[in-house]
Design a protein around this ligand. Structure first.
Ligand code: BG6
Ligand code: MG
Length: 215
């Protein structure tokens, strides 16, 4: 198998943390006195913590100072961490280990490319940190997806040219970022939500090792 770089998004690709983000943001919305629904939560997928708060406050029609926003982001994250710290390997999405093991046993380098500042904590909790050669997360980038920065940094750290990298993403902004980086973009989810992806699969159970080998 020809050497390529493989870059994985975290939330929605490796683990389903959207439900924990939802509970933590909902707690804040409850405190602020407005309704925050699962449908609203969809708008936060793939979006940075800061942008998520802005979307949430727009839903509640609330304006606030930067200092107040910092405080809310901090308290939301403290709540989110309560859920994250209870995560185990059982929460890894189906057949993700199959793909990671296949890549590692074929000496294909793997990076994480995530907007989350909790990425290392989550990978540690679920026992997958060792599978990644490098992590690029929300603590390392200044421009959020759909900007390609996170994936370009991942490729540079892997020492692989962007055009030889393959990205797995569940968010439309992530697919856009991968394409802007000149990479092959594999969408995980519904094709109607992931325009521009080179391939779309509903999850990793649909991705064979033969398919990966021929990329
Ligand atoms: C993304 C999630 O991966 O990370 C978003 O899809 C989340 O929903 C973002 O807002 C930032 O995460 P964190 O863990 O830094 O708050
Ligand atoms: Mg995601």
């Amino acid at each position: 198998m020809k050497k390529k770089g493989f870059i994985f998004d975290l939330d929605g690709v490796i683990v389903d943390t959207a439900k924990y983000h939802y509970r933590a943001w909902k707690k804040l919305a409850d405190q602020l006195g407005f309704k925050f629904t699962h449908k609203h939560n969809e708008l936060l997928k793939g979006v940075s913590r800061k942008r998520s708060l802005e979307i949430l406050l727009a839903i509640g029609k609330i304006s606030a100072s930067d200092e107040q926003k910092e405080y809310w982001m901090h308290s939301k994250n403290q709540e989110y961490l309560k859920y994250i710290r209870k995560m185990t390997a059982e929460e890894i999405l189906p057949d993700v280990p199959k793909v990671l093991n296949f890549l590692n046993s074929n000496n294909q380098p793997i990076a994480l490319g995530s907007a989350s500042k909790n990425a290392e904590e989550i990978l540690t909790r679920v026992g997958l940190l060792k599978d990644f050669k490098t992590l690029v997360d929300g603590t390392h980038v200044s421009k959020a997806k759909p900007d390609p920065e996170v994936f370009l940094k991942g490729a540079a750290l892997l020492g692989i040219k962007p055009q030889n990298c393959v990205v797995f993403e569940d968010a439309s902004a992530g697919i856009e970022a991968a394409k802007a980086a000149g990479m092959t973009a594999i969408g995980i989810g519904k094709s109607s939500n992931l325009p521009g992806a080179d391939y779309v699969f509903s999850d990793f159970t649909e991705i064979s090792t033969d398919f990966i080998a021929q990329l």
